[in-house]
Write a protein that binds this ligand. Structure first.
Ligand SMILES: [Zn+2]
Length: 402
């Protein structure tokens, strides 16, 4: 399975993956998913929001155990973020069949669409729509960089966009959702464990800072006469780093838009996007408030107008304690370390986080030795991937088999 997926959407220069929602590469991944389902004799279906499902047992019976992840990628993403969960789900099903277990609950493998939000700027579109956390009207307003609307992109990929919307009947059939994912940090590498269980997803959000000054000629405007928003932006970036260190949060300016964006022009506008995350809400509030306060001070001193807009926000997601404890019990003593499986928080969002508002949800993480994610350098050792499959199979057996 890994070898089949490896070339799909990989850019020849960067070596990274560009599997954007509803693109040719995404459709190739989706065709692969369907072929995997059919090769195993599973009942294949696409739901009203373009998420893919492969069922063992009756999809309508209810109390189903569902496992899966996503196949799309960020720009120049790695091979593991998303696909490891989907591939491990099919491999775990194969493992359970070879163990000869009897299934007492329906089991499904899923591929949630547009998880990374690389094309339309909003993450987890497939699961958000299903869970009613993204309205149809807002989904219709999503545009990619070429101005193509989400419904048009779905339609040109052969999917009916008129059906998108909340899918409570489908979610009500899920008794438990388990997502396996490559770890996006080094916690497991530091503890020496191949597999961990998620405790919570940190609260996180995106804020847009608009710094407005005065465009002018870079060669004829004296320094003292300038109202240069780039300087205020740069000071704010440094403040974000300082505030993050002080509070123990994370704060990143990773995207910027400049007007007029000319080499020989003092900018009139610098628009920077802040991504911030923290283990708890109070810390997140403290870091963002601190950055905004600093930015306003710098702006006032330099004669710059500043607007700060919160563009998106996701509160803390605590995975269901009962299911989490059940996973810990199932995996107790199953590893090679002889220690309990570590339980860890994460700063990254996932479909599992979205679904946790509607169904009991849990996550398994597989060790990523460098901690690097959203990059071609993202990695997990083959032994650890196999340990992940075994852990997922144990969990599915514990939940879905007699
Ligand atoms: Zn992911």
């Amino acid at each position: 399975m890994w070898r089949e997926l490896a070339p799909v959407g990989r850019h020849p220069d960067s070596g990274g993956y560009r599997r954007y929602a509803w693109s040719a590469a995404d459709l190739e991944c989706r065709a692969w998913f369907r072929a995997q389902a059919e090769a195993r004799g599973l009942t294949y279906e696409t739901d009203r929001n373009g998420n893919q499902w492969a069922w063992l047992g009756d999809p309508l019976a209810g109390d189903a155990v569902v496992t899966g992840s996503h196949l799309d990628s960020v720009p120049d993403g790695g091979a593991f973020d998303g696909p490891l969960g989907v591939v491990s789900s099919f491999a775990a099903l194969d493992e359970l069949r070879s163990r000869g277990v009897a299934f007492t609950r329906p089991l499904a493998v899923t591929n949630f669409g547009d998880e990374e939000g690389a094309r339309f700027g909003l993450a987890c579109v497939g699961s958000r729509l299903a869970a009613g956390q993204l309205t149809v009207a807002d989904a219709h307003r999503l545009r990619d960089a070429d101005g193509i609307a989400l419904p048009a992109a779905m339609e040109s990929a052969g999917y009916d966009p008129d059906t998108i919307g909340p899918d409570p009947e489908r979610l009500a059939r899920i008794g438990a959702f388990v997502e396996l994912h490559v770890e996006q940090g080094r916690a497991l590498d530091l503890t020496g464990d191949p597999v961990g269980i998620a405790s919570a997803i940190w609260p996180h959000g995106r804020w847009r800072f608009d710094f407005r000054g005065e465009a002018n000629h870079a060669g004829t405007t004296r320094l003292v006469d300038r109202r240069d928003p780039m300087l205020t932006y740069a000071e704010t970036v440094l403040a974000a780093r300082r505030e993050a260190e002080l509070t123990g949060a994370l704060a990143t300016f990773g995207k910027i838009a400049v007007e007029p964006n000319g080499v020989n022009a003092i900018p009139s506008l610098v628009r920077g996007w802040l991504d911030s995350r923290a283990a708890d809400q109070a810390t997140l509030d403290a870091v963002v408030t601190g950055i905004e306060r600093a930015a306003r001070e710098y702006a006032e001193r330099a004669g710059i107008d500043l607007d700060v807009v919160r563009e998106s926000f996701t509160p803390v997601v605590e995975f269901e304690h009962a299911l989490r404890d059940e996973l810990a019990k199932i995996l107790e003593g199953s590893g090679d370390t002889g220690r309990p499986v570590p339980v860890l928080g994460t700063g990254a969002g996932h479909d599992a986080g979205i679904l946790s508002a509607s169904v009991p949800t849990a996550m398994l993480f597989v060790r990523n030795p460098t901690g690097i994610s959203h990059s071609p350098a993202e990695h997990a050792a083959e032994d650890d991937c196999v340990a992940g499959v075994r852990a997922l199979a144990d969990v599915l057996e514990g939940l879905a088999c007699s």
